[in-house]
Ligand binder design. Structure first.
Ligand code: HEM
Length: 121
């Protein structure tokens, strides 16, 4: 069976989604402050590699695990509402790109699986 990565449209689809996703994240004043000191070109590349792996595509992710990567943000107050805002931007991005509803659901399950690690729970 095709992986979620392949069903979404592979590298081009993930690249477009991540680019649009971070445009939305940076425009959202409830969460953009977390990225003030972030090199967004590097962040976009890491997120592309992470999601590619998480969706069952090629594993070229060399970044930190989700708990470690977000621990400094939890110290700065990262909480449920921030997580939900980010998840919402991911969902809206996929919907805008015309991804089928059942695949959007699958992506949101993958994103949801990171919830406890991201929030340090
Ligand atoms: C669906 C949930 C999320 C996923 C899959 C995710 C994914 C990632 C990945 C792959 C990295 C790179 C780790 C590394 O540097 O090695 C990262 C770092 C980061 N994430 Fe997330 N993230 C999520 C949620 C969030 C949320 C809710 C926020 C804040 C609103 C956030 C803000 C950041 C920031 C600021 C960094 C560090 C960037 C830097 O190094 O300056 N992330 N995330």
């Amino acid at each position: 069976m095709d992986s979620l990565y392949e069903k979404l449209g592979g590298e081009d689809a993930v690249n477009s989604a991540v680019n649009i996703f971070y445009r939305k994240v940076l425009k959202d004043e409830t969460i953009s402050q977390f990225f003030n000191d972030t090199d967004m070109n590097k962040q976009i590349a890491k997120q592309k590699a992470f999601l590619t792996m998480a969706f069952g595509g090629p594993n070229n992710y060399t970044g930190m695990d989700m708990r470690k990567a977000h621990a400094p943000l939890v110290k700065k107050g990262l909480n449920e509402s921030h997580f939900n805002a980010v998840a919402g931007h991911l969902q809206a991005t996929l919907e805008e790109l015309g991804v089928a509803a059942d695949l959007v659901k699958e992506v949101m399950v993958v994103a949801g699986s990171t919830h406890d690690d991201i929030l340090g729970l």
